[in-house]
Design a protein around this ligand. Sequence first.
Ligand SMILES: C[S@@+](CC[C@H](N)C(=O)[O-])C[C@H]1O[C@@H](n2cnc3c(N)ncnc32)[C@H](O)[C@@H]1O
Length: 241
Amino acid sequence: MTVGEQDRLEGPSSPTPEAVELFGDALPRAQRFAELLAGPGTEQGVIGPRELPRLWNRHLVNSAWVGTVIPQDASVVDVGSGAGLPGIPLALARPDLRITLLEPMARRVAWLEEVVATLGLDVTVVRGRAEERETRRAVGESDVATARAVAPLGRLAAWSLPLVRPGGTLAALKGASAPDEVRRDAVELRAAGGGDVEVVTTGAGDALTHIVVVHRTERRTAAGSGPGGGRRGRGRKDRSS
Ligand SMILES: C[S@@+](CC[C@H](N)C(=O)[O-])C[C@H]1O[C@@H](n2cnc3c(N)ncnc32)[C@H](O)[C@@H]1O
């Protein structure tokens, strides 16, 4: 038996206490999503079988944590949604949000549409690349863009901030090197219309999550003077702008 086959037989890990807290009433649908990832998701290659034992904290909880930096009733575009991360867990944990999943690959778009229908989510799926004009026309400007594992921060900001209204934010899920990435890409962030930048760290252990929040500057103000915007954070904050 190969390692992959063994992991597949083990199936997804069980919901963690963090998952129970974050998903609340939506926990059964989060469990269904975990099952979809573990079954058809691995068969279709949207997630690797080695990820199954750490599905909950590393993927679902990590994704849902991004909701802590998103204001109530916001419109959100999840750039490069892929398997549906962070967009699907975010939609389950935060039903007040209006979410669009943006993904260029046809196979993944079909997967996302199937997941949205199966879970009965009121979520829009759009096929396109973030940086393309047609995508900007189709998606418009959201309050918040989210992204995980899509591109280095500077490039991600150049692609995503045009999909965010002035005063809105890009919330990028990043690894422990998030503060270094903010420093490294500072020039690109400003050129992309980024103003204040915060790194919000939340969770612990394998649910430890670093969220880089880039505020888009208002059109009529100088670069770097972007507003704070509404927040529902409960994480630790580092500020660098
Ligand atoms: C490594 S996967 C990550 C998927 C998901 N966000 C996750 O965390 O599992 C990167 C995703 O970004 C998508 N992507 C790549 N370039 C993109 C672009 N220019 N605009 C939007 N999505 C893009 C890819 O098709 C892929 O689904």
